[in-house]
Write a protein that binds this ligand. Structure first.
Ligand code: HEC
Ligand code: HEC
Ligand code: HEC
Ligand code: HEC
Ligand code: HEC
Length: 225
């Protein structure tokens, strides 16, 4: 079925923004004309792929960021190459085996990891954050300009299981694109989760912005191309 939004934006997979919850009951009284729309709403609204704040799928291995990124203080970039590419990507089995070839080698929790290693097949990690396909996003465009991971993902180093912290809605993107000062920091500190600025954030942010000529675009073609 070819679903499109009320605004006519053509999409094949689509996560409705939270405000549609409010209008869902209303759609029922729209009658036959609203039928396709209702079907689309139901398909999208209740699809397990719908990502939202708090979305926290179960993972095939009980991997904990609180342990690895928090307690063991392994830098994010050891496992995620978010700094260099457009995509952050999840680590390969080999990255885990650098340690787990020696540490906790008998752990039952790590059985799926050893199986993945033996069979040379990747672990089926479940995606947590997932923008609709019609949105263009680029990690390195943010990282290299000094937007920290925590601004968009929250305190990952305290999460036993990763949960989505922000809506990832268009309004959320634009809020920061219009006023990035609140989120700019020295580029070498982007993975520091408990970063506290030496001076008032807005003052420092404005300075970094001016010095590096940071101007996040807000025209449609930035994110829809
Ligand atoms: C030892 C390796 C390792 C380290 C270090 C690590 N991660 Fe991860 N990360 C993973 C794995 C494995 C997954 C996929 C499973 C999951 O979601 O928990 C993941 C998932 C994520 C996700 C969710 C991805 C999605 O599907 O949307 C985010 C966001 C993330 N990590 C951010 C961070 C941040 C920020 C840091 C540093 C504070 C960090 N990670 C440190 C291994 C690591
Ligand atoms: C830099 C080393 C290092 C890397 C890389 C690493 N781990 Fe670990 N991991 C550890 C250590 C050390 C422990 C044990 C902590 C303890 O003493 O309980 C551990 C514990 C675990 C446990 C709990 C095991 C148990 O029986 O309690 C799981 C599950 C786990 N790691 C999964 C992973 C996965 C999946 C990856 C790859 C994404 C990974 N680890 C990468 C060092 C590492
Ligand atoms: C400006 C906001 C923003 C910042 C800063 C950011 N991320 Fe993300 N991240 C996202 C969004 C949005 C997605 C979903 C991308 C998609 O679905 O195409 C995502 C997805 C991910 C994923 C899932 C894999 C992927 O590429 O889709 C990982 C892992 C991740 N981020 C880790 C990190 C780490 C580590 C940092 C810091 C070095 C970081 N992110 C900084 C917004 C951000
Ligand atoms: C916390 C702040 C913040 C959030 C949230 C954020 N951005 Fe950005 N974005 C920036 C900054 C800062 C830049 C860099 C602007 C520059 O280089 O002048 C940027 C740049 C970009 C660029 C590259 C623009 C170009 O042509 O150079 C794209 C694409 C982009 N953002 C898309 C998104 C999307 C899509 C989202 C939401 C899913 C998002 N951003 C959320 C701050 C943010
Ligand atoms: C900084 C990134 C960014 C910019 C700039 C941007 N968008 Fe979006 N847009 C998004 C994201 C992210 C979504 C997905 C929202 C969701 O999944 O809830 C979206 C969704 C949409 C949708 C479908 C959802 C809805 O609200 O109906 C339309 C239509 C849309 N954008 C139109 C536009 C137009 C027109 C412009 C220019 C005026 C624009 N966008 C500029 C990021 C952006």
């Amino acid at each position: 079925m070819n679903c499109s939004t009320p605004s006519g934006w053509p999409v094949t997979s689509f996560n409705f923004p939270p405000w549609t919850n409010k209008i869902r009951p209303l759609v029922g009284v729209l009658g036959a004309g609203g039928l396709v729309y209702v079907t689309c709403l139901v398909t999208w609204g209740f699809s397990p792929k719908t990502t939202d704040v708090g979305y926290q799928p179960e993972q095939p291995i009980p991997y904990s960021h609180a342990l690895h990124a928090g307690k063991l203080a392994i830098d994010c970039r050891y496992c995620h190459v978010a700094g260099s590419g457009a995509h952050a990507s999840v680590p390969t089995t080999e990255t885990c085996m650098n340690c787990h070839g020696m540490v906790k080698t008998k752990s039952a929790k790590l059985a799926p990891l050893r199986e993945s290693w033996a069979k040379d097949e990747p672990v089926d990690w479940v995606k947590v954050h997932d923008l609709p396909d019609y949105v263009y996003f680029n990690h390195s465009a943010h990282i290299k300009r000094g937007v920290g991971c925590v601004s968009c993902h929250g305190r990952i180093d305290k999460m036993e299981v990763v949960a989505q912290e922000h809506t990832l809605s268009m309004g959320w993107c634009l809020d920061c694109h219009r006023n990035p000062e609140a989120h700019l920091r020295p580029q070498d500190l982007i993975t520091v989760m408990d970063y506290t600025p030496e001076r008032p954030q807005l003052e420092l942010g404005a300075e970094i912005r001016q010095k590096n000529n940071i101007n996040p675009p807000t025209d449609c073609s930035t994110c829809h191309r």
